[in-house]
Design a protein around this ligand. Structure first.
Ligand SMILES: CC(=O)SCCNC(=O)CCNC(=O)[C@H](O)C(C)(C)COP(=O)(O)OP(=O)(O)OC[C@H]1O[C@@H](n2cnc3c(N)ncnc32)[C@H](O)[C@@H]1OP(=O)(O)O
Ligand SMILES: CC(=O)C(=O)O
Length: 540
């Protein structure tokens, strides 16, 4: 990539502007400020904060950012459009709002497809070029660094290359520091991007800084971004987790990881006090997911929970020799972890590695490995799933290693009643009775709840808490039910997954049974036992 030699490389994040254009994302000013801090920690060079003057929250963001943010790595960029057709840039209130935002960098979206100039702006191609020139020149005169977002550049170039090229030259001549070529409709494929960027590079000369802004409608946004870099773009735009309008933007996290790990290009700034950089990638991806309130996508490259999770037995057997045999990079480099998944696709190597992950050395226990592998395959055929229930798997492992699980209690019986005493619309209530033996005593307890599982949980806890006060800290935090109707012809079986926490860590168990309550009881008691085992409580 000769274009990059000796050239500063720019990573430009647009999560707070284009990312916020994603359906389902609604960021408050406080959310935006919090995300900006995380992006700065990561080490991006530019943070596009929004469109001041168009979106009131964005105007407010720039006001507060000036006072509240202490950015160490990134420059703030305000986004806006060229002046309107037939007016003067100095009179355009939107352009004025960009200056008023006091952001040191301004990104100006400008039409680079003559059809858009004529049909969307209802003006001439010539006037559109004048709009670009006037707006950029004014912003530069006012001391701003200007990035021109060449909207619809690639589609425009394929329709009328001379016009789109002229628009880029106009922006540079007016003083733009960067022209970011946009695949606004996201329909490009890498070979088209390569060809077009090479053509533009030849037209603008070696010193002009070209950028790339790719949407993901063809599923190629990251690939198109990398193709553009290889063809001579030294400025990449994208969003965290690939958020953005429609199918999103290039996922900036995958882009920077590829730039650093595959091309050896330092993309993220490093700061001695706040190290940042790639090792923070996974943490920051997840922290930003929390703020956007969009569950992290498990299969995201590099940062997803499944990015380094291995399920197939054959993969595990090679990974036991060397993880590099089935991983494209070391997960620690991006702050992620390798995980083994146990399922009906596991072999003995998977069980050995999962055991190691859970703190059991089974390397010289081939008998245990064979028995556990067989039990897992048999249980999964009956509807269990261990990849989402590590705690149940660990109890199974303990049974096979130690010849049984710890006997914290012995259940005599349990039952539930669900009752609605009012008319339609009155909520039903549930009651459960549990009879069990613990700490040398027999307990008969009753619990109430808004549903039978909730009532069973209360009754079980009440029965046990005298013998095991540690249970006070346990809380059931998630409960998922799935009916598996293909398992037994017409007889459906129910699978329940439960997540419990002690306030510090959380664990998941699975139960399967012919009805919801049997499956729930199994998952509930397993979760209780695992919690006590991990609190290092001895059976009483
Ligand atoms: C590719 C991208 O994602 S660019 C970013 C897009 N982001 C947004 O649109 C979010 C923020 N947008 C808004 O708040 C509003 O759309 C505003 C404030 C910008 C404009 O609102 P309105 O004045 O009500 O206009 P409206 O949204 O209906 O139409 C857009 C106007 O901008 C003009 N326009 C569109 N692109 C450009 C451009 N690159 N340069 C100059 N003007 C442009 C259109 O011609 C239209 O002008 P008209 O009102 O004279 O017909
Ligand atoms: C600027 C921009 O967001 C685009 O063209 O997609």
């Amino acid at each position: 990539m000769p274009r990059l030699a000796g050239q500063a490389f720019q990573v430009y994040d647009t999560t707070l502007r284009d990312g916020a254009q994603q359906e389902g994302i609604a960021l408050s000013v406080a959310d935006k400020l919090a995300i900006a801090v995380l992006l700065d920690e990561l080490g991006v060079g530019f943070i596009e904060g929004g469109w001041p003057g168009a979106v009131p929250k964005d105007t407010e963001f720039f006001k507060r950012a000036a006072k509240e943010l202490d950015l160490r790595n990134a420059e703030l960029a305000a986004f806006g459009a060229t002046r309107k057709a037939g007016t003067r840039a100095t009179d355009d209130p939107q352009v004025r709002a960009l200056l008023d935002s006091e952001a040191p960098v301004v990104a100006v979206v400008a039409k680079h497809d003559v059809r858009h100039a004529e049909r969307a702006l209802r003006t001439t191609g010539e006037e559109n070029l004048a709009m670009i020139a006037d707006t950029v020149a004014l912003l530069v005169r006012e001391g701003r660094r200007v990035v021109v977002d060449a909207e619809h550049f690639f589609d425009g170039y394929r329709y009328d290359a001379a016009y789109s090229r002229q628009a880029v030259l106009t922006a540079f001549e007016a003083g733009a520091e960067v022209v970011a070529l946009c695949d606004t409709n996201g329909g490009m494929v890498p070979s088209w991007v390569t060809q077009i960027v090479q053509d533009v590079r030849a037209a603008v000369g070696p010193d002009a800084v070209l950028g790339i802004h790719a949407h993901n409608d063809s599923g190629c946004a990251v690939a198109n971004t990398l193709a553009a870099v290889e063809a001579g773009c030294a400025h990449v735009q994208g969003t965290v987790n690939g958020y953005g309008e429609r199918t999103g933007n290039a996922d900036l996290l995958a882009v920077v990881a590829n730039l650093e790990l595959k091309y050896g290009l330092p993309a993220l700034a490093r700061d001695d006090e706040r190290p940042g950089g790639l090792p923070e990638l996974t943490r920051i991806a997840h922290a930003i997911s929390e703020i956007t309130n969009i569950s992290p996508f498990a299969r995201s490259p590099y940062v997803g929970a499944s990015a380094f999770a291995h399920k197939a037995g054959l993969h595990a057997s090679a990974i036991r020799v060397d993880p590099d045999l089935y991983q494209h990079t070391d997960p620690a480099l991006v702050g992620n972890d390798m995980r083994m998944l146990v399922s009906d696709m596991a072999g003995r190597a998977s069980i050995e590695l999962k055991g190691r992950e859970l703190g059991f050395d089974l390397s010289d226990r081939p008998d245990v490995l064979s028995r556990v592998t067989e039990r897992v395959k048999d249980a999964e055929a009956r509807g269990y799933t261990y990849e989402a229930a590590d705690a149940s798997f660990e109890l199974l492992l303990v049974e096979e290693i130690e010849g049984g699980r710890p006997q914290y209690f012995r259940v005599e019986s349990w039952r539930t009643i669900v009752e609605r005493s009012g008319g339609r619309g009155t909520p039903a209530t549930a009651e459960a009775t549990v009879k069990l033996h613990a700490g040398g005593e027999r307990f008969v307890t009753t619990g109430e709840g808004n549903g039978p599982v909730n009532a069973l949980d209360h009754a079980l806890r009440q029965a046990l808490v005298g013998a095991y006060p540690e249970l006070e800290a346990f809380e059931l935090i998630d409960f998922k039910v799935r009916i598996l109707d293909s398992m037994h012809g017409t007889d459906a079986v129910t699978r329940v997954l439960i997540e419990m926490t002690d306030g510090q860590t959380s664990w998941s168990t699975v139960g399967v049974g012919p009805n919801l309550l049997e499956a729930s009881w199994e998952a509930l008691t397993d979760a209780t036992i695992w919690g006590l085992l991990h609190a290092e409580v001895a059976p009483r």
